[in-house]
Design a protein around this ligand. Structure first.
Ligand code: GLN
Length: 492
């Protein structure tokens, strides 16, 4: 058996019994990345030296038997918007192409304390803006299932890396679907955490009021182990939640069925434009939930139709303000051939940002300008409250809701990139969740023409345990999450 076939639990057991060392495991992954990744391009940076160092430290820890956790010695990747000390962190933007942070974001730092091994940083849409990874300032990542298709975005590199067996798990970031949509397109498990469950300290922000960090893994069980390690209150992020982190992986072991749970199916999410194969896979999955004991009811989220305009308006506004700091002085790129401070600012931003980023900065600046603020930004915030209330109301009678993650399977590279509106519309099932700040899990639930289909399971704020239990029960009865793309079989 190739080591990339192991899941976290299996790898952990082999490490514990010293049948394999972390250095061997890490070496095998690095070799596999070298061999397989040139076709997929999921990594922007491979941190080989650091990985070997961390693997050796993990082996010491395992040998001494001190401070060993389920993630000790486990190799993983992280989206390139998570700050990593001494490892280039680009947000896949030319403006940060040569930026190396001098500190780790809290989530990475927690994985360091757990003894995990960082293999490298994964490709994304520039600053997280996109649904296909085509907006990366460097290159487009390919869907491991079919290289002519996108991996989804913006955490497309992370999803592709997990799907192709180029790391045991990855950390993604979800502002408006960026963990769930690529997870769905690449056939892996992805969790968008509740706003505040994982510290945002050191995550390069896109929209500070939406951004969340979450695990992308091969199974719900693996995702639960990662969440346990990265969640929790952090003095460095005042929006992080103080509620204690639950023992998610223990809760999964105790779950035998879904009896007593009521799952709502929001009718607004099953409408025109939904691919018939996605629709039928979801309906089959919902029946399976029922046979596991869940009670299924129809619910309504009446303001769903406003989610896309509200999300994008707030995103443009907050992103334009968050991106103002890239001025050619403090971080990354600085154009040299300039004759004034203004010239420096203009030329750096002209050369450093891609087309989509510029479009969003302009629209956001417009929406925030005097006279338009009330008409657009303020109004969007009011409708955001209505959308949040829709969910609150649904959760008065339901423990969780189930919907598709995306209206279709992965689209073709180039299919939507020339039409931004078309691209935005592919987010129709995911963005309302970020407006509400609630958690949502994406699990594979079918295939269509050789491409994976994803199911979204969402719940009230801080209900991660319930979502993981539902997802885990589903995965214990189905095998969609165990299917692998053809490149899986390539071994060095
Ligand atoms: N498709 C979303 C956007 O373009 C993704 C944002 C995100 O989650 N980072 O805004």
């Amino acid at each position: 058996m190739d080591v990339h076939e192991l899941d976290i639990q299996q790898a952990h057991e082999l490490l514990l019994s010293r049948k394999i060392s972390s250095e061997e495991l890490t070496g095998a992954y690095l070799a596999r990345i070298q061999q397989v990744d040139p076709q997929i391009k999921s990594y922007v940076t491979v941190s080989e030296e650091l990985a070997i160092k961390q693997a050796r430290e993990a082996d010491q820890r395992l040998k001494r038997g001190e401070g060993v956790t389920p993630l000790t010695g486990i190799p993983y990747s992280a989206k390139d918007s998570l700050s990593t000390r001494g490892v280039r962190t680009t947000c896949s933007s030319k403006i940060l192409e040569n930026y190396t942070p001098f500190y780790d974001c809290t989530a990475i730092q927690k994985l360091n304390s757990a003894g995990s091994v960082l293999l490298g940083k994964t490709n994304m849409d520039e600053f997280g803006m996109g649904s296909s990874t085509e907006n990366s300032g460097f290159f487009t990542t390919r869907n491991p299932w079919d290289f002519d298709h996108v991996p989804g975005g913006s955490s497309g590199g992370s999803a592709a890396a997990v799907a192709a067996g180029l790391g045991l798990f990855s950390l993604g970031e979800d502002t408006g679907g960026s963990v769930r949509m690529p997870a769905s397109f690449c056939g892996v498990t992805g969790l968008k955490t509740s706003y505040g469950r994982v510290s945002r300290y050191g995550l390069i922000p896109l929209v500070s009021s939406f951004d969340t960090i979450g695990p992308m893994a091969r199974s719900v069980r693996d995702a639960a182990l990662v969440l346990e390690a990265i969640a929790g209150h952090d003095l460095k992020d005042s929006t992080s939640r103080v509620e204690p982190v639950q023992q998610y992986s223990e809760a999964l072991k105790k779950t035998e069925n879904l009896r007593g749970l009521r799952i709502g199916i929001p009718k607004e999410y099953f409408v025109e434009g939904l691919d018939p194969e996605v629709d039928s896979s979801l309906r089959t999955a919902i029946k399976q939930m029922e046979s596991l004991g869940a009670e299924i009811v129809e619910v309504s989220l009446p303001h769903t139709q406003y989610a896309i305009p509200v999300y994008y308006l707030i995103l443009f506004a907050e992103a334009s303000s968050n991106l103002a700091k890239y001025d050619g002085v403090r971080f990354g790129l600085s154009e040299r051939n300039v004759d004034s401070v203004l010239d420096l600012y203009l030329k750096t931003r002209e050369a450093g940002f891609g087309a989509e980023t510029k479009r969003r900065i302009m629209l956001g600046t417009f929406a925030l300008s005097a006279g338009y603020y009330d008409a657009y930004y303020l109004k969007a915030q009011k409708v955001r409250t209505l959308i949040r209330q829709d969910f609150q109301k649904a959760f008065e009678t339901c423990d969780a809701l189930i919907t598709p993650v995306a209206p279709t399977t992965a689209f073709r590279i180039g299919e939507k990139i020339t039409n931004p509106l078309d691209m935005y519309l592919s987010d129709v099932h995911v963005v309302a969740i970020n407006l509400a700040g609630i958690p949502a899990l994406s699990v594979p639930c079918g295939m269509s023409n050789g491409l994976p289909i994803g199911m979204q399971i969402m719940g009230p704020h801080l209900s991660e345990e319930t979502l993981l239990r539902i997802g885990h029960m589903y995965q214990s009865q189905t095998d969609w999450h165990t299917k692998h793309p053809p490149v899986w079989g390539d071994s060095p």
